[in-house]
Structures are given as C-alpha cells and as structure tokens.
Write a protein that binds this ligand. Structure first.
Ligand code: URA
Length: 407
C-alpha cells in the first residue's frame, strides 16, 4: 500500500526497489495520486535517500520512456547539462564548438518555465528555426553536420517530467537525491557516451552550499559510472548572471559574439571549462590540449561557421534576426562600486518583461531582455548606463529594483 511506503520514508527508513517502483510507476499509471506522491516527495526531501535508493529511482525514471540509441553515429557522443542558471547560454556556444571538432553533439533541450530560461525558446527566437525534429530528421542532420539541438520528445523520461512538475509546486525541488536521479535519467536516456554537468552553486541556484554541490557531483558521477557513461562535473557560482545578456534574442546574440571571439570573461571561461572536459573525454587527451583546440576553432572562425550551418540547417534565418523592441538605458542613481548584480532579481525582471512563461501555454516575447553594461565590482558614477532593457512594455521600470547593489 502506498501509505505504508510513505510512512516508511517518513520514519527515515530505506525503500526497496519494489517499493519505489510501486510508488513511482504507480504514479505514472495514475494509481498513485498527486497528493500521495507529494507526501512521499516531501518525506524524501526531509529524510533523504541512500545511494541504493537513488540508483533505483534513476533506473525507474530512465525506463519510464524511450532510450535513444545513437549508435548510428560513429565516434564518441557527448552531452552537457546545467542545474539551471540565469543567463546560461552555454549550449548555444558549446554545440558548434564541439561539432566543429568532429565530435557529434545531439542535444534534447527544454523550454523556459518560471524564471528559468530554456535553450529551445532561445533558438526559436530566430525566425524560422525549427525545434521539433522527428527522429529521422535528427539522424539525418547528425550525420550531415554533427550538431542537433531539438526539443525533448514527449516520451523521454516522461515520469521525470511528471514528478518534476509536481516538485515545482510542492516545495520539493531542492532534494539532492531527486535532483540527481532526475538529471541522470534524462542524460542516460539521451544516449550520449560522455557527459559533463555544470553544478551551479549559490543563492540563485538549487544548491546553496559547496557541501551540497559536492554531494550532488559525487552522485552524478557514480550514477553515470553504473551505466558506463563517463561523467564529469564543474562547479560554477550562480550569484550573478552568466554573461551580459538575459532573455531570448539577446542571449543568442551574446552566444554569437562569444563564438566570434568578441567576448571574453566568465561566460567564455565557463564554456572553456565545460568544453575542455567534453573534448578531453571524447578524444582521450588532456584538458589543456582540449582547451587549446577550442580556442583555435573560435579564433579560426570554424566554430562560428558551424553555428551558421546549424541554424540554417534547422530553418533559421539570421538575416531577419533583429530586436524590434524599444531599447532603454537603466542608469545609476548614485556614485559608488557596483557591489552586486543579483541573478534572481534580474531573472524575475526579465520574466516580468515577458521573456518567460508562467504556464506552458503562455507566449514569450522574444525581444524582451536585459543586457548588462557594467560588471560587478566596477566603479560607477551617477547617470552611467548600467544596463540596456529591451521591451515592448510601457511600465518597464516597475520591477527593476533589487537587481543592482551600489555602495
Ligand atoms: N535539473 C533537472 O533536470 N532536474 C532537477 O531536478 C534539477 C535540475
């Protein structure tokens, strides 16, 4: 009985594979109700899980739907994941870099929900770009250009989707066992051989402390190993946004700048760290050697060419890719040091401009966005432009308090 399983976890006991299957597969079938699964998730959140339980849960998620077989492609296939960050456009930059080094990069990505951005929405902000490729189209494109980014098929870890949606509304997102099984089931189902995961730490992230981030990282690596998928992690801070742009079109534009070697800084550093791990694993070389190869394909234009090839192949038209919304300057109201650019406040602000969606069916304003001009710790004067806002709204300054701390 489900109530016995909930009670067992409430008392902090270890659930067997059969019990986990009864609860979770039962939930997928509609036999276990939302309120019962909510209670179980909360018990897991509070009482935690042992490694054995986490492995079982990952396996249950993994087998709840299709598992992609990428063996039609020669060579080592790689994938990356991020635990969620404001302004994180690393997939848009890494994909072309990796593919231009002859390593196939086939990624299924998600859409924005709430304050978190989604790679698929960012790509869809390019006129004509298609995100719902069939399996046949994925295979053809992967063989021809080695790079595909498409939306997740409905049947890839469908149980994780159901549980994730419930976690989102029941205060149970921040459980390390639940995060680990959610991420790794998706990555393993995606079919890649080698995986790198960007574990975000900080106030704006799911993981608030270094200790929690380390525990998650260890689990991700161990789960990967169980399935024969070499997994590496990097840690990055999520107190301030990644790069300068937050939104959809503005993030694609920033990714293009980085690919053309026009932007350095933390965003490029993060791309280099993720990329050198992926390339090192795929080619069996050191990270230093891999990093050099990545810098070369940025410098010689191959990575940017691959981006153009990829966008064009998926139907995107970069000639019509412009922002039509108003561009407004946000100015400093005092002299001082820009102590903090608060990631979550920036995300909420951009969301209020229409760049995200409250519910799945909501439409996004692709033009809406924020581009930071000043960096953290920079000296600024009253009246200096701190950022540009792109908006189709009249009341654009309503929610912009709290983004910048000047003292
Ligand atoms: N990303 C995921 O895919 N799942 C989680 O649970 C958290 C972050």
């Amino acid at each position: 009985m489900i109530i016995d399983i909930i009670n067992k976890k409430r008392k902090g006991e270890i659930l067997t594979k059969e019990e986990l299957e009864y609860a979770f597969t039962g939930y997928q079938k509609g036999l276990v109700k939302d309120y019962q699964m909510s209670a179980l998730l909360m018990a897991i959140c509070i009482k935690d899980m042992e490694e054995e339980e986490i492995f079982h849960l990952t396996d249950i998620f993994l087998h709840s739907g299709d598992i992609l077989d990428l063996s039609f492609l020669d060579g080592v296939k790689v994938d990356k994941h991020s635990t969620g960050g404001v302004g994180d456009k690393t997939t848009l930059i890494l994909g072309p870099i990796i593919a231009s080094l002859q390593i196939p990069f086939i990624k299924m990505s998600g859409r924005a929900l709430g304050f978190t951005g989604g790679t698929i929405d960012k790509l869809e902000s390019i006129p004509g770009f298609r995100v719902d490729l069939s399996l046949e189209e994925i295979k053809k494109q992967a063989k021809e250009i080695g790079l595909v980014v498409t939306s997740q098929t409905e049947n890839l870890t469908p149980l994780d989707k159901m549980v994730y949606a419930l976690r989102d509304v029941t205060g149970t997102t921040e459980s390390i066992p639940l995060i680990a099984s959610s991420i790794m089931s998706k990555k393993i189902a995606g079919g890649a051989d080698k995986i790198v995961i960007d574990v975000k730490v900080g106030e704006g992230a799911l993981l608030k402390t270094d200790e929690d981030a380390k525990r998650l990282s260890d689990l991700l690596i161990k789960i990967g190993k169980k399935y024969g998928k070499e997994t590496r992690t990097i840690f990055s801070s999520m107190d301030s946004p990644l790069g300068n742009a937050i939104g959809n079109k503005v993030e694609v534009m920033e990714a293009m700048e980085v690919l053309q070697g026009k932007e350095k800084g933390v965003l490029l550093d993060t791309v280099l760290e993720l990329g050198s791990n992926l390339v090192a694993m795929a080619k069996g070389i050191t990270e230093e050697e891999a990093k050099k190869m990545i810098i070369d394909v940025i410098d010689n234009g191959k990575a940017y060419q691959k981006f153009i090839e990829f966008v064009t192949y998926q139907g995107g038209n970069l000639e019509d890719f412009t922002i039509h919304a108003k561009k407004i300057e946000l100015k400093a109201e005092q002299d001082g040091v820009l102590e903090e650019i608060h990631a979550l406040s920036c995300a909420k602000y951009v969301f209020s401009l229409g760049a995200g969606r409250r519910e799945k069916k909501d439409k996004i304003d692709y033009d809406a966005g924020l581009v930071l001009v000043k960096k953290e710790k920079e000296m600024i004067k009253k009246g200096d432009t701190i950022a540009y806002v792109y908006t189709n709204k009249e009341d654009f300054s309503e929610n912009c308090k709290g983004m910048f701390k000047i003292s």
